[in-house]
Design a protein around this ligand. Structure first.
Ligand SMILES: Cc1cc2nc3c(=O)[nH]c(=O)nc-3n(C[C@H](O)[C@H](O)[C@H](O)COP(=O)(O)OP(=O)(O)OC[C@H]3O[C@@H](n4cnc5c(N)ncnc54)[C@H](O)[C@@H]3O)c2cc1C
Length: 399
């Protein structure tokens, strides 16, 4: 306990000295850093903050120090999280390197793969994207058809992926490919890592109604993949791919941070917003139906955060997520969606702002956040798919 308190006071002092003032301002989607060769640092302090945190391994606090991680115990990690929140520190870097492929390489990668890829994720040198979905393989992911052929000293990959988030900024892609077309569909799949900086890989951003392009189509035309970039065994990639999805779901639901960060803090808390837009009557939110919805969502969110924290505290040191992660992914994304719907009702017509002076910046952010919250119940496997997993793998119900 004394050692933990010493760690806390050292961490506090280090953060006071090393976290630049502008990195203590609230973060938005625009200020988030994903790293990689194409990352622009509009504020030089963002790069400084990233470098300082990466040097201590604190961009990946619990990864082993031998690969450049922080090597922290779970308890130390939770202290670090507390202290980062105390000074309102921005997350120095985030992305699929940290939430998905890094933890999967720690589970299944060879020593060579870990030494090659993990340090470059930790420092922010390289950025990753996920090549799972295809035009005819979403929920039924094992139907994927992207072909990967053995060419002796390397593999050749041909096919198409879709909804590849951030592919236009990524340097590498982890992807599921078909290596044995004749085998039953789950048994002919392999998990490979592909360098995107080559003529055989083309990325086409998909323009959404919002004007943004968060996703892409990614095409492989004779893309080369070195054999040492096969993760796990040939034709056994489904096992690796499923584990990665558990890490992804754990991250989407905030489970890997013990639920310590409020996801929608940038648009105000629900009670504050309701008071501001609807007003008070006898000290309570004036509209009783809205009051009921706000109270119930806040209580459920609080119970959920405490459950996340408890799950983190009870998990064994270094333990990896399980099928039960689907419970958190399902509930976290559904309650998040509900929260945004309630806020929308509270703000009335002011919640429909897209552009122009009639709406505050906060109101315009709400509209975008509300639309984005719908995607949370689809990305990483839809809510229906999570319910299927919970039924089959957690509750043991028949197919
Ligand atoms: C924000 C976001 C980011 C994404 N990023 C990536 C990415 O980076 N890389 C990537 O590879 N993919 C990505 N995806 C794609 C995502 O994984 C798929 O959208 C998801 O798996 C669902 O597949 P689908 O869109 O093909 O829908 P479908 O599988 O066609 O599903 C359509 C509907 O049918 C329901 N359904 C399907 N099967 C069943 C079933 N067996 N039982 C009950 N209901 C069912 C689904 O729940 C859904 O409501 C992203 C998606 C979103 C929204």
């Amino acid at each position: 306990m004394a050692a933990l308190e010493e760690f806390r006071s050292e961490t506090r002092a280090w953060l006071e000295e090393n976290c630049p003032a502008s990195m203590r301002e609230p973060e938005s989607e625009a200020t988030m850093i994903g790293g990689g060769k194409r990352q622009q640092y509009d504020d030089p302090n963002a790069k400084l903050w990233l470098d300082r945190m990466a040097e201590r391994g604190w961009t990946a606090p619990m990864w082993p120090a031998e690969y450049g991680g922080g090597g922290l115990s779970k308890q130390e990690f939770m202290v670090l999280q507390d202290e980062l929140i105390r000074v309102n520190a921005r997350t120095p870097i985030s992305g699929m390197g940290f939430s998905m492929i890094g933890p999967t390489l720690l589970d299944y990668g060879t020593e060579e793969q870990k030494r090659e890829h993990l340090p470059k994720i930790i420092s922010g040198e390289l950025r990753w994207c996920q090549g799972y979905s295809e035009p005819n393989a979403g929920s039924d992911l094992a139907s994927l058809q992207t072909k990967c052929e053995d060419k002796g000293d390397h593999f050749l990959v041909n096919g198409q992926k879709i909804w590849t988030s951030g592919a236009q900024y990524a340097d590498w892609i982890f992807t599921l490919v078909r290596t044995e077309p004749q085998a039953p569909k789950h048994e002919g799949i392999s998990f490979v890592l592909i360098d995107m900086d080559q003529p055989g890989v083309t990325v086409k951003p998909i323009k959404l109604i919002s004007g943004n392009s968060p996703f892409c189509e990614t095409f492989f035309d004779d893309a080369r993949c070195e054999k040492y970039n096969l993760v796990g065994q040939l034709n056994r990639g489904w096992t690796v791919g499923k584990r990665l999805l558990q890490h992804e779901r754990s991250s989407i639901s905030g489970l890997n941070s013990g639920g310590r960060r409020g996801r929608y803090d940038n648009i105000g808390t629900l009670p504050e917003v309701a008071k501001q837009y609807v007003g008070l009557s006898q000290g309570k939110i004036a509209d009783p139906v809205l009051r009921n919805a706000v109270t119930s969502n806040v209580m459920n969110q609080q119970a959920f955060s405490l459950t996340q924290k408890r799950a983190m505290e009870e998990s064994e040191e270094g333990s990896t997520p399980t099928f039960a992660t689907s419970l958190f992914k399902y509930y976290g994304s559904e309650i998040g969606k509900e929260r945004l719907e309630i806020q929308l009702k509270a703000q009335g017509t002011q919640s429909l702002g897209w552009e122009g002076d009639m709406f505050s910046d906060n109101e315009k952010t709400l509209t975008r956040t509300w639309l984005r919250s719908k995607a949370g119940t689809i990305a990483g496997g839809s809510s229906e798919v999570q319910l299927n997993i919970i039924a089959k793998r957690v509750l043991g119900l028949p197919d």
